[in-house]
Design a binder for this molecule. Structure first.
Ligand code: ATP
Length: 263
């Protein structure tokens, strides 16, 4: 399976709205390819909302809209004529709760995204893709003898890695992860964190996490978001190397948050 080039993301002056409500204001951020970037911040500061604008997934919510630009290697995802479905094949997403199709086999779960995109592939190509994707998701050895069994028969951590295999199978350039370990036990969490570390060899990875140790373990750069109060928009407060954010942040609010003084 050839791996498409990981791409950089440049966001310019992005506002995100739910109807008239300005949920996230004025985000400017440059995300490097082949790296892991973590989004942290207190509940309601707009991490998920902003993440979902990076593959136009927010458009699934009626009334949600953006102003500004999101460039993928210089191409605006919101440019005229850009199809959001195509955007989502380039920028994949893994959700908080593992969501394999429960009655579908492990093998068909891996291929589900590819089939949704109406790609026709031969049986042998499909076999290769299933194996490569499961290898890429560190799941192959655990499931290779039961590929035709339902995805729901796996543990929570295995299911989440299956969802990551499904995301990889589409061969995206960027993988977005919204709290991918929040429903997992500590051992499964470590397995997924190891995997995230490996994914950055081929992909640009962006992860929302509430777990600051996790941000410190997996990411090169961290973006801290905050809100001034209920009803106010979330803003990107500080974005820097993860070690700087945790050890020597420039902004007092970042320091208060990472040291556990609020949030
Ligand atoms: N579908 C929606 N409709 C209207 N407002 C929404 C919707 N989803 C989120 N919001 C609002 O947008 C703001 C940002 O929410 P968001 O879920 O992005 O924050 P978050 O930082 O990811 O929070 P958490 O850490 O709790 O998941 C909040 O004020 C929230 O109430």
């Amino acid at each position: 399976m050839s791996v498409p080039a990981a791409k950089r993301i440049d966001v310019k002056d992005l506002n995100v709205y739910y109807g008239n409500f300005l949920a996230v204001e004025g985000v400017n951020i440059n995300i490097e390819p082949r790296s892991v970037t973590a989004f942290i911040g207190p509940s309601g500061c707009g991490k998920t909302t902003f993440l979902r604008t990076l593959n136009r997934m927010h458009e699934v919510t009626p009334g949600a809209s953006v102003k500004g630009e999101v460039l993928l290697d210089g191409e605006d995802l919101y440019g005229p004529g850009v199809d959001p479905v195509t955007v989502r094949t380039k920028v994949g997403m893994v959700f908080q709760r593992p969501n394999p199709f429960p009655t579908m086999s492990i093998r068909d779960n891996v291929l589900a995204g590819v089939k949704l995109n109406n790609k026709r592939i031969s049986k042998s190509e499909a076999n290769t893709l299933v194996e490569k994707s499961l290898l890429g998701a560190n799941l192959w050895n655990e499931v290779k003898d039961r590929l035709d069994k339902p995805g729901s028969g796996l543990s929570g951590g295995q299911q989440q890695r299956l969802c990551i295999a499904r995301a990889i199978a589409v061969q995206p350039e960027v993988i977005l992860m919204d709290e991918p370990c929040s429903a997992l036990d500590p051992i499964s969490t470590l397995a997924v964190e190891d995997l995230i570390n490996e994914l950055k060899t081929d992909f640009t990875v962006v992860i929302v996490t509430h777990n600051m140790q996790q941000a410190a373990r997996v990411s090169e750069k961290t973006a801290f978001f905050n809100i001034a109060g209920t009803g106010k928009p979330g803003k990107l407060i500080e974005y820097a190397e993860t070690t700087t954010i945790f050890n020597n942040p420039a902004v007092k609010a970042t320091e208060d948050y990472v040291s556990g003084r609020f949030g």
